[in-house]
Design a protein around this ligand. Structure first.
Ligand code: ATP
Ligand code: MG
Length: 306
């Protein structure tokens, strides 16, 4: 059945460009599927957004925003209040997942291994009071590796707390050597795990969105027991964090002492990227689902409440 589908895109987080890139693919897919697509560029002007939604009266909203306000429960709250079915996680799932501290705690309770870590003020981290290298500094609620700093040893430059654009409170985690594994979950079921081998030091913004900056290996060529475990943990994380629709959970796999090694959970993305280099489309493609079929799945899965 053909639907009127509003695509929320852009937004005003640090991931605006990523969202616009994801939305470009989604809009093309909607056209291919024969739906009526209504692109809506989300700005700070909420009145305009509400007006747009009231004028167009979409059957469904595809929420293709990334980062703060679009992925953390804020916009989901508005859509709940307007009673418009929307894709991906609801208010609670979005809020729980986008707070890396809360997500870590919930996942640990569910029996998922997390790297040793703690919440600290950036100034204390930089003064060397929190952890000895190697460690990782991360903003608590950002995405696309924005603000992520890998401090491998004493010679690695630290961020300047005076020029830090994120909240002063950060997550500091032990650096986990080894490999980068990510899992796509659709409707509570893990679809597959991919390995990413960035050419640089880590899977940073550039490696995520510039062609040729990382190798993708699908399915992840890891020990079969670990492959099974990473799928199971991604499903547990999706469920434990009250996610809905599509999510992607990210892991580190330390095999530096041989396989099977030790798996660590990093985080869950309740609105994973849908750009040409994004991983969820690549993982589902390996299982025979095209990008357009993924978009159709999201249109059908959209709902209100939870
Ligand atoms: N504890 C860690 N040990 C080793 N590498 C890490 C660790 N934490 C993060 N990284 C590296 O930094 C990258 C980004 O971290 P993380 O996934 O937590 O941030 P993000 O900004 O929310 O990413 P996105 O939303 O794009 O998935 C990871 O993919 C990994 O390469
Ligand atoms: Mg990540």
């Amino acid at each position: 059945m053909k639907k009127r589908v509003a695509v929320l895109m852009g937004g005003f987080s640090g991931e605006r460009e990523v969202s616009l890139s994801s939305a470009q693919g989604v809009l093309m897919a909607l056209q291919e599927l024969g739906h009526e697509a209504i692109p809506i560029d989300v700005t700070r002007n909420m009145e305009k957004l509400v007006q747009n939604l009231e004028i167009h009266k979409p059957d469904v909203v595809l929420n293709i925003l990334h980062g703060r306000w679009g992925e953390d429960g804020c916009i989901q709250g508005l859509l709940e209040m307007m009673d418009i079915p929307y894709s991906h996680s609801g208010v609670l799932g979005s809020a729980l997942s986008m707070n890396k501290i809360v997500a870590r705690n919930i996942c640990q309770v569910k029996g998922i291994r997390i790297p040793e870590g703690q919440v600290a003020q950036l100034v204390d981290v930089c003064a060397g009071h929190i952890m000895k290298p190697p460690f990782v500094i991360k903003p608590i609620g950002e995405g696309s590796s924005l603000g992520v700093h890998i401090i491998l040893d004493e010679t690695t430059p630290l961020p300047n707390p005076q020029e830090w654009p994120f909240e002063e409170e950060v997550l500091v985690e032990k650096y986990i050597p080894g490999r980068e594994i990510q899992v796509a979950v659709l409707g509570g079921k893990a679809i597959g795990a991919i390995e990413i081998r960035p050419h640089g030091t880590f899977y940073d913004y550039e490696a995520k969105y510039t062609d040729g900056k990382a190798i993708h290996l699908m399915p992840a060529p890891i020990h079969p027991e670990v492959y099974a475990q990473v799928l199971e943990w991604a499903e547990k994380a999706h469920k434990g964090l009250e996610c809905r629709g599509v999510s992607r959970s990210d892991f580190r796999y330390d095999d530096t002492h041989g396989e099977p090694g030790t798996l660590y959970y990093l985080e869950t993305n309740p609105q994973p990227g849908l750009t040409p280099l994004s991983l969820v489309p690549e993982i589902v493609a390996h299982e025979g689902m095209t990008y357009a079929q993924l978009v159709q799945w999201m249109v059908e899965d959209a709902s209100c409440r939870r």
